[in-house]
Design a protein around this ligand. Structure first.
Ligand SMILES: Nc1ncnc2c1ncn2[C@@H]1O[C@H](COP(=O)(O)OP(=O)(O)OP(=O)(O)O)[C@@H](O)[C@H]1O
Length: 249
């Protein structure tokens, strides 16, 4: 079976510095993969190449067998390659229900119905509450974002990404900045993501990585130095040297 998502021999240099060094990875439907690496390993650059915010020097990005290397960032989202939103894009005076409604209506080309009318559209209401329940936000549906805890706002970012009906979801550090007391909620929510959705998560919190991912890819100095099971990653000598340090002991 072909991969739902694949990057092949991706290369990117800034001046003389190679930041993405011949990276090839693939995801099957339903895969739960974590991308890790030390600071400066090239994770952000890799994500920008994948989302279409940066052009590679060479190599390709493929979604569901289509070569999308030259496709712009917005069209990649429409095709199903979606990155979780950033909190800075949330509207503080709007509720989670309104955020998801707006995203769903936009996907359907019906954004003009946002001003209250969407509540009469049963398929939209059903999908809003299905998505909010997945993220454990259903009881907060009508509370303004300004009154949500930080971790709840981060969950809303993921909910918004789901509203764009992704095939492949890129999660950029979903637990970053979230207090320890709230990370359990993030973990529970990630465990409830749709089974057939493929997820690539970039994350520094190794506990979350090991609980979430069935596969771990390690990037160091722009190159993939490991692609395998979480069990094997801690025993891999190159990874220990490049990244894990004391965690592996
Ligand atoms: N636009 C740019 N021009 C020049 N160098 C860049 C540019 N973007 C990134 N770099 C360099 O590329 C390297 C990788 O950066 P990148 O931000 O992709 O790493 P990262 O793994 O995301 O790091 P971190 O986890 O610290 O955010 C760094 O040395 C960085 O200074």
């Amino acid at each position: 079976m072909s991969k739902i998502f694949e990057v092949s021999n991706l290369k990117k240099s800034f001046g003389g510095l190679t930041v993405t060094d011949n990276v090839s990875i693939g995801l099957d439907k339903g895969d739960r993969v974590a991308l890790i690496g030390p600071n400066g390993a090239g994770k952000t650059t890799f994500v920008n190449l994948v989302t279409g915010h940066l052009r590679p020097d060479s190599g390709g990005v493929f979604l569901d067998d289509e070569n999308i290397t030259s496709v712009n960032a917005i069209s990649r989202v429409r095709k199903g390659l979606v990155r979780s939103f950033q909190i800075t894009r949330l509207f503080r005076d709007m509720t989670p229900e309104e955020h998801i409604a707006l995203a769903l209506l936009q996907v359907e080309g019906k954004a003009r119905y946002i001003f209250g009318n969407y509540r009469r559209m049963s398929h939209i209401m059903d999908e809003i509450y299905e998505i909010l329940s997945t993220l454990g936000l259903q009881t907060l549906a009508r509370i303004k974002v300004a009154n949500l805890a930080y971790g709840q706002q981060r969950l809303l970012e993921i909910a918004l990404a789901l509203a764009l009906r992704p095939k492949v979801l890129l999660l950029d550090e979903p637990a970053a900045g979230v207090p320890q007391s709230e990370t359990g909620r993030i973990e529970d929510a990630l465990a409830r993501l749709p089974e057939d959705l493929s997820v690539l998560m970039i994350e520094h919190d190794m506990d979350l990585v090991f609980r979430f991912a069935s596969r771990v890819i390690v990037l160091a100095a722009g190159a993939v130095i490991f692609d395998g099971s979480p069990k094997d990653v801690v025993n891999n000598a190159r990874v220990r040297i490049a990244y894990l340090g004391s965690y592996a002991q």
